[in-house]
Unconditional design. Structure first.
Length: 86
């Protein structure tokens, strides 16, 4: 059985909305990584197959750039929450 979800805001609807937003943020982050992989493969090979995309592993520089972009993205998303909490 699942335990009760933690409540962070006075209004439970706000917590539900936050859960929805975080789900969308996660999906968008995955899509951004996929688009970056497609661009890298196109630059490297001029074409992309599904197999290429599934096997793609970014090099160290690309992985670092993606991590920096992800961090900046999450900071933008959570800026509103941090400003409300503080």
């Amino acid at each position: 059985t699942r335990g009760k979800r933690p409540q962070f805001f006075a209004d439970p609807g706000t917590d539900q909305l936050l859960g929805i937003v975080l789900g969308v943020v996660q999906e968008l982050s995955v899509l951004r990584d996929r688009v970056d992989a497609i661009h890298a493969l196109l630059d490297r090979k001029g074409m992309v197959t599904r197999e290429d995309l599934e096997a793609y592993v970014p090099d160290v520089d690309a992985a670092a750039a993606a991590a920096a972009e992800r961090t900046a993205y999450l900071q933008r998303v959570f800026r509103v929450i941090r400003s409300e909490a503080g």
